[in-house]
Design a protein around this ligand. Structure first.
Ligand SMILES: CCCCCCCCCCCCCCCC(=O)SCCNC(=O)CCNC(=O)[C@H](O)C(C)(C)COP(=O)(O)OP(=O)(O)OC[C@H]1O[C@@H](n2cnc3c(N)ncnc32)[C@H](O)[C@@H]1OP(=O)(O)O
Length: 66
């Protein structure tokens, strides 16, 4: 479940262009998983977006309000 999501939009992505997404698992601490992601041009020269996020493991009962 997403607990935190930060997105920096550095450069617009031209309509119809192809981009490269690179996602990394930074660390895992118990139920917490820290992920980063970068969106660049396919040759990597232009940074479009950089993101960091924290996901928490949950149980099904959490989704049901338990
Ligand atoms: C024209 C076209 C338009 C198209 C347009 C499309 C739009 C496209 C948009 C897409 C955008 C998608 C965006 C994603 C969309 C979702 O991901 S939807 C899901 C959104 N997330 C939610 O609704 C989650 C709501 N929050 C919760 O349910 C609860 O807070 C959580 C996340 C399950 C955590 O609750 P919990 O299990 O009780 O955990 P809790 O004991 O509070 O914390 C456990 C640990 O995590 C840490 N922690 C918890 N929360 C946080 C936090 N926020 N920050 C830091 N640490 C935290 C605590 O400090 C604690 O750390 P320790 O003390 O163990 O070291």
């Amino acid at each position: 479940m997403t607990a935190n999501l930060n997105i920096n939009y550095r450069r617009p992505i031209p309509l119809g262009s192809t981009v490269l997404l690179e996602s990394s698992l930074e660390k895992k601490e118990g139920r917490k998983t820290f992920i980063t992601c970068r969106v660049t041009s396919t040759d990597g020269s232009k940074l479009h977006t950089e993101t960091s996020a924290l996901f928490l493991s949950i149980t099904a009962s959490h989704l049901l309000g338990g």
